[in-house]
Design a protein around this ligand. Structure first.
Ligand SMILES: C[S@@+](CC[C@H](N)C(=O)[O-])C[C@H]1O[C@@H](n2cnc3c(N)ncnc32)[C@H](O)[C@@H]1O
Length: 394
């Protein structure tokens, strides 16, 4: 069994050198045995490195996480009693151990077939940017309980918050902010995302955010201000006001998530007007364009189906928003920010100020006009705001 000991030594060494990729036990000794194979990988559990064993049976998999000493004892036992073959993949080399009935064995070392180590994390332990434990605002917002466990009904919300932070961070990261980042979140609601963004930027990214949440409902504003105080978030405040007319001192980044219908345009307009570095909106309901849709050609056929008319309105409203933003010197992206399983309102329009527009602005303007003509759209509300048409200002 000298080769078994050598093989286990190779496995220990690869873990020590941080080169371990995976280990597979196969070729069962007893053909009638239900256990077909065992897969091993490293996992981090509460900052402790362990080996994760997946026992592959005919109809089920059983998983165990073992401390390293225990894990090597188990590996030895499995090799001596259950399997004839073991393959260790490390980034330094592959080791293939063959055991035989006559107790002879071979251990072959060969060139590493993989140079990539798997990410070191437990299957169930997601690497979230916002932590659930010891989180004052998430507890006050009833997303987690006092022990920091996510409440069953808030699992999706928690995922959404984290995804949102990931996306916004990717947008803000490349932007240069001289000192502070003045962020305005319009239609902040209960502030789930506003608190999380402040927390992440201030406490994890070590930036200097000054965030203002603007919200129509006074009850939500005072509740959010209470929670901000409780969390000791000094530069996060909520003010009662409307997206259209709230007074804003400084604005580098405009955010408006799920502001209804043309309130999204009002928010975009305020961002453009303030020459914001970034404008991030998640639109919600698209009535303004829907009412106008009136193509004269066969596209009309799409509109006879209610749901398709709705989707068509959504596509056109948001495409025109993105193009209008481009005519104002923004580079614009439109993407799904979290899968539809979490929320149906999942499209995000992200516009960042650019010195080099990707296309000639006159071409984009012509494209906007062509789209409008094709679909019989008289005007997009955002255009009216930009043109300064007083009729559209509240
Ligand atoms: C659907 S909620 C979204 C809340 C939050 N942004 C989010 O995504 O979780 C929309 C919020 O915008 C507020 N709101 C609607 N119209 C507004 C307006 N014109 N000005 C300011 N807030 C507005 C509503 O009171 C509500 O709290």
């Amino acid at each position: 069994m000298q080769n078994v000991s050598k093989f286990i030594e190779n496995a220990k060494q690869s873990i020590k050198e941080n080169e371990f990729v995976k280990l597979i036990l196969s070729n069962k000794r007893d053909k009638k045995n239900d256990l077909k194979a065992v897969y091993l990988k490293t996992v981090l559990l509460k900052d402790q490195l362990k080996l994760n064993f997946v026992y592959k049976h005919n109809t089920k998999d059983i998983t165990k996480n073992l401390e390293l000493n225990e894990a090597f004892e188990e590996l030895q036992k499995l090799l001596e009693t259950h399997f004839f073959q073991a393959l260790l993949l490390s980034t330094a080399a592959d080791f293939n151990l063959i055991l035989r009935k006559d107790k002879s064995s071979t251990l072959k070392k060969s060139k590493a077939t993989t140079s990539k180590k798997p990410e070191l994390k437990h299957n169930h332990e997601k690497n979230r940017l916002i932590k659930a434990k010891n989180n004052v605002y998430l507890e006050a917002l009833k997303v987690v309980n006092a022990s920091g466990n996510i409440l069953p009904k808030k699992q999706k919300k928690f995922k959404q918050i984290n995804k949102y932070i990931e996306v916004i961070n990717d947008v803000l990261e490349p932007i240069y902010f001289e000192n502070e980042m003045n962020i305005v979140d319009m239609g902040a609601g209960k502030g789930y995302l506003t608190f999380a963004l402040y927390d992440y930027l201030k406490n994890t990214a070590n930036k200097n955010p000054k965030i203002t949440g603007i919200e129509l409902r006074p009850d939500l504003v005072s509740k959010c201000n209470e929670i901000a105080k409780l969390s000791e978030f000094e530069d996060l405040k909520f003010i009662e006001g409307s997206i259209q007319s709230a007074e804003i001192q400084k604005l580098d980044v405009l955010i408006a998530l799920h502001a209804c219908d043309t309130a999204t345009d009002d928010a975009i307009y305020r961002g453009i007007d303030a020459n914001a570095e970034a404008i991030i909106v998640a639109p919600c309901c698209h009535k303004q364009i829907r009412k106008q849709l009136n193509p004269t050609n066969d596209l009309k056929q799409i509109l006879q189906f209610g749901i398709l008319k709705e989707r068509q309105a959504e596509l056109l409203t948001d495409s025109l928003r993105a193009l209008i933003l481009e005519t104002h010197g923004y580079k614009t992206k439109v993407f799904e920010f979290i899968s539809g399983e979490h929320t149906p309102k999942n499209v995000l329009i992200v516009a960042t100020k650019t010195k080099k527009p990707k296309k000639d602005i006159s071409i984009i303007k012509r494209q906007i006009e062509n789209i409008k003509t094709t679909f019989g759209i008289e005007y997009h509300y955002l255009e009216k705001l930009i043109s300064g048409d007083k009729k559209y200002f509240i």
